[in-house]
Design a protein around this ligand. Structure first.
Ligand code: C2E
Ligand code: MG
Ligand code: MG
Ligand code: MG
Length: 284
């Protein structure tokens, strides 16, 4: 919407541009108010081992519950939190929630995959903020996997390599989120201490119709296994996709076919009705 080619250049102000700016500013203000009111809550989506139909761990995904009942999804409000400097406090609050969840699941040894945003990772205080939460909650960091998108890893990669090494020393595992959509070279996988690749749902969506996607996914699965990386398929929505993936030896799967992200109480109810102690949840 805005063009500024050089100093003397013009800008286009359209009514739409104004509307959008105002809308974004309003959301930012609502987020500022909503944070201390604890309006941001984590939902949990299981990641299934389709070979045994058990839950291996959960991804934590943020939802915004507010009085205005405005249904704004993280794709919108996370970037706003990043631009407005709220991401640090939002993430800390969510990490506390994730720790409480882990403590409630005490005996089941279930781990949480937690999304880390680009700008937060780059911020000076990142490590100290994260460590402070683990200390305060008295939760071992090895209960966590941090999900980071590949484009983010590539920016400032020297610093990121050392950051990730520090996280690994703490015991946190690292997953590359939305794998396949970002950086075009795979060389970085040698440099980064990565444990898991999450294949973006873009490649899963048409798996049963699109031979190219099948070739892509199958190549990624082979490479991952050669490099001893675990692989998770995102956005599995139907049986066809699930079985094609299983045939390719991609057993770790996440998506609406198994379960949507669930509020904490539903997860707990589900776990209690199954065998909590063995960490096995029968879903289908
Ligand atoms: P992501 O980390 O790649 O998360 C996966 C997204 O796919 C989630 O969207 C999830 O609800 C959705 N999804 C899962 N299974 C299916 C499926 O079968 N079909 C379809 N169509 N979608 C599926 P969500 O929750 O709206 O989150 C969007 C993105 O926002 C996330 O992408 C992540 O990048 C970011 N995000 C969400 N929660 C947080 C958070 O707590 N912190 C940070 N930094 N980012 C977050
Ligand atoms: Mg994620
Ligand atoms: Mg993803
Ligand atoms: Mg995504």
């Amino acid at each position: 919407h805005v063009k500024a080619k050089n100093k003397n250049d013009y800008r286009f102000y359209t009514p739409e541009f104004d509307k959008e700016t105002i809308w974004l500013a309003e959301i930012e203000e609502k987020m500022r108010q909503g944070l201390p009111r604890k309006e941001f809550v984590l939902y949990f989506q299981p990641i299934i081992d389709s070979s045994s139909h058990t839950v291996t761990y959960f991804e934590a995904l943020c939802r915004w519950h507010n009085d205005d009942a405005i249904d704004i999804m993280p794709d919108i409000f996370i970037p706003i939190a990043e631009q407005s400097g709220l991401i640090g406090s939002l993430t800390t609050q969510l990490l506390h929630q994730a720790c409480s969840f882990i403590k409630e699941l005490d005996e089941s040894n279930i781990r949480i995959s937690f999304n880390i945003s680009a700008t937060h990772l780059q911020s000076q205080d990142f490590m100290s903020e994260i460590k402070a939460v683990f200390d305060k909650e008295n939760v071992v960091p090895s209960c966590f996997i941090f999900e980071i998108t590949e484009t983010v890893l590539m920016q400032n990669w020297k610093r990121n390599v050392s950051l990730l090494n520090d996280l690994k020393l703490l015991g946190v595992e690292i997953a590359v989120d939305d794998f396949g959509t970002g950086y075009s070279s795979l060389g970085y996988l040698k440099r980064f201490p990565v444990d898991i690749l999450k294949i973006d749902r873009e490649f899963i969506r048409d798996l049963h119709h699109d031979a190219k996607n099948r070739i892509f996914v199958s190549a990624i699965v082979s490479m991952a296994s050669a490099l001893s990386l675990r692989i998770v398929a995102e956005g599995v929505e139907n049986k066809e996709q699930a079985s094609i993936l299983a045939e390719m030896n991609c057993f770790l799967q996440q998506g609406y076919y198994y379960s949507k992200p669930l509020p904490i109480l539903k997860v707990l109810r589900h776990l209690n009705s199954n065998s909590l102690h063995s960490n096995v949840i029968q879903l289908k």
